[in-house]
Design a protein around this ligand. Structure first.
Ligand code: GDP
Length: 304
């Protein structure tokens, strides 16, 4: 929690602390309510979520006859956590892994537009899984960005994971297929595939991701498609996510670079509007800067 607090400091001062200051002891005039609304909008919560939160706050503060700032804080905390809640199906679940005699690896595709932190996230995730005692194999299927495979190799060397890579410009689907094949032979627990993320031809990228998934599915089930979104890109990121979701079944979102933004409220929008749970958050460039997303801890860090 301390670490989360530290990494979310920009959002905490611009969003969490501002809200606490505005709510005061709960007796707000209309101007102050307008400021609450503006604060939420500026933090990237989006119009719909902002309206819902403001309405809920107004009614709860009055129904509970809130008179102290401690009570106001409790109400704010509850309302924000509720706004982040997802139903059971969408709740965060542990990443799957293979087991048993006919052990097959869990296959996780990591998708996203270049620059969002896709390769870094794949590396960090490998580290998390290895720390949990799983054997991981990495597929370097981002064959269009020359440095991506080397970058992944560096992460893999650090944690002692094998990498399957193709030649520069190789077909990403072929590399992904080979990675899953090798992972199955080697009986690893998880195969993580870093996919290509060119955006200049949107349909090209999407076709490609769809193809990667189809080709992998010729030999194995794809257990997760994680979509990496850069939290600092706001509405743009949301739009990217909608496009991706049309092409493949995205099973989880990884929201990166939350450490670099005061607009951490984007988590609320992503969680509510995409119909896909935020499973992990990126909190920095370091090896340990990937954390599972948990609404209570997140809100506490924002208000902390
Ligand atoms: P890709 O093109 O999507 O594979 O992007 P990279 O993984 O190469 O990451 C792009 C840049 O974002 C790199 O400089 C990363 O160190 C940085 N990055 C990735 N995740 C985070 C994060 O959570 N926080 C911060 N501050 N930087 C990040």
């Amino acid at each position: 929690i301390e670490r989360l607090r530290g990494r979310l400091s920009k959002s905490r001062s611009a969003f969490g602390q501002s809200l606490l200051g505005l709510l005061g002891a709960g007796d707000l005039d209309e101007d102050s309510w307008q400021d609450v609304e503006d604060t939420l909008l500026v933090a990237d919560l989006g119009a719909a979520t902002t309206a819902e939160i403001v309405e809920k706050l107004r009614s709860e503060l009055s129904v509970r006859a809130v008179r102290t700032s401690a009570e106001a804080r409790t109400v704010l905390r509850e309302v924000l956590i509720e706004a982040l809640a997802t139903d059971g199906d969408r709740a965060v679940r542990a990443l799957p892994h293979g087991s048993g005699d006919d052990k097959k690896p869990a296959v996780v595709l990591v998708a996203g537009v270049n620059g969002t932190g896709k390769t870094t996230t794949t590396g960090k995730l490998a580290r998390v899984l290895v720390a949990q005692g799983r054997e991981v194999l990495l597929g370097a299927a981002d064959t269009f960005r020359a440095a991506a495979a080397d970058q992944l190799q560096t992460w893999a060397d650090r944690v002692g994971a094998e990498v399957v890579r193709g030649k520069e410009g190789a077909d990403p689907a072929a590399v992904a297929f080979d990675a899953v094949k090798r992972g199955t032979e080697a009986r690893v627990d998880t195969v993580l595939v870093d996919t290509a993320g060119r955006l200049h031809t949107k349909t090209g990228l999407m076709d490609e991701l769809g193809k990667v998934k189809r080709v992998v599915e010729k030999q194995a089930k794809v257990d997760e498609v994680l979509l990496v979104l850069d939290a600092t890109t706001g509405q743009n990121g949301l739009m990217q996510a909608r496009v991706f979701a049309e092409v493949v079944d995205v099973t989880g979102i990884v929201l990166t670079k939350l450490d670099g933004t005061a607009k951490g409220g984007i988590v609320f929008q992503v969680q509510r509007e995409l119909g896909v749970p935020v499973k992990l958050v990126g909190l920095g460039e370091g090896a340990d800067d990937l954390a599972p997303f948990e609404a209570g801890a997140f809100v506490d860090a924002l208000l902390g």
